[in-house]
Design a protein around this ligand. Structure first.
Ligand code: G3H
Ligand code: 13P
Ligand code: ZN
Length: 311
C-alpha cells in the first residue's frame, strides 16, 4: 500500500538495515521500482526532486506534484509492500507546500548551503508546517562534496556531529542527511572511494535518528559497460562500492538515495534495444526493455542494503 516514509524508516532504524530511496520523473521508473519491491518483498521510498515535479507537470510544479503523487498512490495501493513518496532536495517553500498538498508522506528541506543558524531557522519553520499535516521532514547538514575535492579541509564540508545533535534538537527533524564524503552524479571519486564512517557512527549515537546518505549510487561497472557498448560515453564514472555502502548502513545509514544507477540502467536498456531493433518505433518496446533494467538494478540494491524480505 501507499505508506508513510516515517514508518518505513523507523523500522529500518530499529532493525538496522538500509532502504533505497529511488528518484523518478515519470511513469516508467515508478512501475520499475514498485515491481522490484514486490519481487523482493521489500519496502521502497520513491522520491522526486523539484526538477521532477516541474518535468511531470510540464512546467507546472504544483500540477507535477499531484500527477506524481496520484500515480505513486495508484501503483502502491495495488500491491502489498509499503511504498512511500518523498520530496527530494526541497529548496523552495512553495514547492514543499505543493508536495504536502499533493500527499507526499515526507519532504526534504535542503538549506545546507546556508549558515547553521539560518539552516536551523528555515528547517524548523518547514517542520512546523509539515508536522501539522502529518508529513515527516528530512534535512541536510554539511555540504555534499568528496573528501578530497577542491576544499581547504574536509572539516569544513563534512557534518560536525555536535552541530548535528544541536540541529536535530532545535529543529525536530525526522531524518538527517549528514555530509560524509559522497557527492551526486556518476563521477564521485577520482581515486579510491572514501567516506567518513566514524562520523556516521558519531552522528547516529548523538541523534538516534534514521540517517540518509545522498549521492549513494554504486555506478555498477556492468551497467556502465553495457551503456558504453551501445555508444554512451561515461568515462571516469565511479560510484560508492557495495562494501562501502554496507558498512555505512552498519554505522547507521537507513535511507540510501539512488538516482544515477537507475538513469544508467535505463540508458543501457534503451540504447541496447534501439541498436538491436533499428526498425522498432513503439515506445512501449524500447521503454519496456529500459524499464526491465531499472527493475534489475533496484532489486540488486534492495538485496545489498538488506531491505529484501522486510516489507
Ligand atoms: O539529488 C539529485 C537527484 O539526483 C535529482 O536530480 O534535480 O536532476 O532531478 P535532479
Ligand atoms: P546519486 O546521484 O548518487 O544517485 O544520488 C542521488 C541523490 O542523492 C538524490 O537525492
Ligand atoms: Zn541528494
Amino acid at each position: 500500500p501507499y505508506a508513510k516514509t516515517k514508518d518505513i524508516l523507523s523500522k529500518a532504524h530499529n532493525e538496522g538495515y538500509g532502504v533505497g530511496a529511488f528518484n523518478v520523473n515519470d511513469l516508467e521508473f515508478i512501475q520499475a521500482i514498485v515491481k522490484a519491491a514486490v519481487m523482493e518483498n521489500s519496502p521502497a521510498i520513491i522520491e522526486a526532486s523539484e526538477g521532477a515535479l516541474k518535468y511531470a507537470g510540464d512546467g507546472d510544479v504544483e500540477k507535477g506534484a499531484f500527477i506524481l503523487a496520484d500515480m505513486v498512490r495508484r501503483y502502491a495501493d495495488a500491491v502489498s509492500v509499503p511504498i512511500s513518496l518523498h520530496l527530494d532536495h526541497g529548496h523552495d517553500l512553495k514547492h514543499i507546500m505543493a508536495a504536502i498538498k499533493a500527499g507526499f508522506t515526507s519532504v526534504m528541506i535542503d538549506a545546507s548551503d546556508k549558515p547553521l543558524e539560518e539552516n536551523i531557522r528555515i528547517t524548523r519553520q518547514i517542520v512546523e508546517v509539515a508536522h501539522a499535516a502529518g508529513v515527516a521532514v528530512e534535512a541536510e547538514l554539511g555540504r555534499l562534496m568528496g573528501i578530497e575535492d577542491n576544499v581547504a579541509s574536509a572539516e569544513s564540508v563534512l557534518v560536525d556531529p555536535d552541530e548535528a545533535k544541536r540541529f536535530v534538537t532545535e529543529t525536530q527533524v525526522d531524518f538527517l542527511a549528514p555530509a560524509v564524503g559522497t557527492s551526486h552524479g556518476a563521477f564521485k571519486f577520482k581515486g579510491e572511494a572514501k567516506i567518513d564512517y566514524e562520523r556516521i557512527s558519531k552522528v547516529k549515537e548523538l541523534t538516534q535518528l534514521p540517517l540518509v546518505l545522498h549521492g549513494a549510487s554504486g555506478v555498477p561497472a556492468q551497467w556502465v559497460e553495457l551503456a558504453e557498448k551501445y555508444g554512451a560515453d561515461l568515462s571516469g564514472a565511479k560510484g560508492v562500492p557495495d562494501e562501502v555502502l554496507q558498512e555505512a548502513v552498519k554505522r547507521g545509514i537507513n535511507k540510501v538515495n539512488t538516482d544515477t544507477d537507475l538513469r544508467i540502467a535505463f540508458l543501457a536498456g534503451l540504447r541496447k534495444h534501439l541498436a538491436e531493433n533499428p526498425k522498432e518505433f513503439d515506445p512501449r518496446k524500447y521503454f519496456g526493455e529500459a524499464k526491465d533494467f531499472v527493475t534489475e538494478v533496484v532489486r540488486d540494491r534492495m538485496k545489498m542494503l538488506g531491505s529484501s524480505g522486510k516489507a
